[in-house]
Design a protein around this ligand. Structure first.
Ligand code: GLU
Length: 555
């Protein structure tokens, strides 16, 4: 009579290692008591989802703030959903956001760390060692059901109002003897490996979640698949083996996994592996027509992190926004600690929300405006250049042709106590400042100058001509404005708006109107950054040039 060991040896003839050998190969990490080992475990199925940036940011910060280790593991066991190259892209995008793992998968040729391989498809031998053990102790078995048989079982169960699934009396191959299983294998019948659950549909199991506290969930009783026909494990089984041998202390993952926690607990207990701590992080939601739904790859641009990068949202704005979603006290902390890095904030599980985090792009924009306004012009210039290099070549060429020029432009109004908060993203900048560049000024002036329609053109023309003929820019803004006031009586304009408002009939306009003519002449627009700064940056020659063009347009 064949034994379970015979069955295990037949299924895995090349596997000679034992679990004890693996424990030796992957010894305990020598870390301080409170140090957390966390991971980000993406599947290479496409772009980096904003929700994944959120979970990886939290995992990364938890490890770093506790003096622990953060690593990346590529969960590529679902070969059908895999998109080539996307694993390496995910890692690059995380790096871009300052999430630099201590170890793990980097790309298909490269990884770092002593606990690898960090790509699941290269870990098949490890999973097989553990599955072989489970077969030997009678807690895993080959299942020969075809897809059609499983479908039929499910349909019958649903018809009879029985919970669907492969378990208990419905698990056709659960109780085969080793001899029976061996002969089916020898006949060449295809099979997969299932876990033999000892749970009961009637039972609850107590679980602890670091965010949600103590919970009671339905015990697992399904004989889940642990090894698929292609020789690769399923997520439930693989993550558990990996988290054990990589010595993860805290599994921080999306809350969609909470319901399967009882499966993981049963597997850990069966193997005698210590359970890591679990924290199921809130899913990012979006409000649409009064309803909340998950941020969706298909419907929402903002679901892809690349959207923020290409639009030119500063990366720190997105990260800080995600921190506000992670911990309710982040904003208050930020206000008190403006000079600190967001990395100095200590994340806490008990400050995390339980019911999905609501995504709000306006808030990202506000954070971005705030941060960009208080940065030094040369820092903004560097960030802008970096972004434009990839996403706006026209602007990039202009930036690199004269970096001092663009830095001066970005510096307008910056040194003030309350700087302007015009830009939420790098892509907002060019449309607002492009008039500084002569070719763009040409184009804009062809479209037209935004002259005040209530003022006669020849009057504007006269004033601008006078200004041009007497142009001499004072080296201080208030002196310059005084000069502007001195022009006023010559054209019967009031020197200040108050006088004008009191006696409108006495004047043709006021000093503000003259400033506006000048602004329109320089920029073609009624609204612009600080006019005195514009005159300074353009320089006398160009100011006179533009005055001439503007005057000529007033015919
Ligand atoms: N590969 C899983 C996913 O992409 C990871 C879940 C986990 O972090 O354990 O959802």
């Amino acid at each position: 009579m064949a034994t379970l060991l015979d069955l295990a040896n037949l299924i895995f003839p090349d596997i000679n290692l034992t679990i004890a050998d693996l424990e030796k190969k992957y010894p305990n990490r020598n870390l301080a008591n409170k140090a957390m080992v966390t991971r980000f475990a993406p599947s290479p199925t496409g772009f980096l989802h904003t929700g994944s940036l959120f979970t990886s940011l939290i995992s990364y910060r938890l490890a770093k703030q506790s003096g622990g280790i953060f690593y990346i593991r590529l969960e590529d066991t679902d070969t059908k959903r895999e998109i080539e190259g996307s694993g390496a892209d995910l890692v690059k995008q995380l790096n871009y956001f300052g999430i630099i793992p201590d170890e793990g998968y980097i790309n298909d040729e490269l990884e770092k760390g002593e606990y690898g391989p960090y790509k699941q498809s290269n870990r098949a031998f490890i999973y097989k060692v553990v599955i072989k053990h489970l077969i030997e102790i009678g807690r895993a078995y080959p299942c020969f059901c075809t897809a059609a048989e499983l479908d039929e079982l499910r349909t019958k169960q649903i018809q009879n109002k029985i919970t669907p699934g492969y378990y208990g009396i419905y698990a056709k191959y659960r109780n085969l003897s080793p001899d029976e299983a061996i002969s089916l294998i020898k006949e060449g019948k295809p099979y997969i490996i299932r876990f033999k659950s000892m749970g009961d549909e009637a039972n609850k199991v107590k679980v602890h979640d670091e965010i949600r506290g103590d919970l009671e969930l339905q015990e697992n009783y399904q004989d889940i698949v642990i090894l698929k026909g292609d020789g690769l494990p399923t997520y439930h089984f693989a993550h558990l083996v990996d988290d054990h041998f990589m010595h993860t202390t805290h599994v921080t993952r999306g809350e969609e996994w909470l319901a399967s926690l009882p499966i993981h607990i049963e597997l850990f207990n069966t193997l005698g592996f210590a359970l890591p701590k679990y924290a199921h992080l809130p899913v990012i939601m979006k409000e649409e027509n009064g309803n909340r739904r998950k941020l969706s790859k298909r419907k929402d641009n903002e679901a892809a992190v690349s959207y923020f990068i290409s639009e030119g949202y500063p990366k720190y704005a997105l990260i800080e926004y995600l921190l506000t979603l992670a911990n309710s006290n982040y904003e208050a902390w930020r206000e008190q600690n403006l000079d600190k890095s967001y990395n100095d904030f200590i994340l806490a599980f008990n400050k995390m929300s339980l019911d999905g985090a609501l995504f709000d792009i306006e808030k990202i924009a506000n954070i971005a405006k705030e941060r960009l306004a208080y940065k030094k012009a040369n820092e903004v210039e560097m960030e802008l250049k970096e972004w434009a290099k990839t996403y706006d070549n026209n602007f990039y060429q202009k930036i690199i042709s004269d970096e001092e020029f663009i830095t001066n432009i970005l510096n307008i109004d910056r040194e003030k106590a309350k700087p302007r908060k015009d830009y939420a993203k790098y892509s907002d900048i060019y449309p607002l400042i492009k008039f500084f560049y002569n070719d763009e000024y040409e184009n804009l002036s062809k479209i037209g100058f935004e002259w005040n329609p209530e003022k006669p053109k020849n009057e504007i023309k006269k004033i601008l001509t006078y200004y041009k003929d007497n142009y001499n820019l004072a080296n201080d803004e208030s002196l310059w404005f005084n000069d502007l006031k001195e022009i006023c009586p010559k054209f019967n304009y009031a020197e200040n708006t108050k006088d004008y408002k009191k006696n409108k009939e006495l004047y043709k306009g006021h000093v503000g109107d003259i400033a506006e003519y000048l602004r329109v002449a320089m920029t073609t627009k009624k609204n612009s950054p600080n006019l005195y700064s514009i005159l300074n940056i353009l320089g006398k020659e160009e100011v006179l040039n533009r005055l001439e063009k503007a005057i000529n347009s007033l015919n």
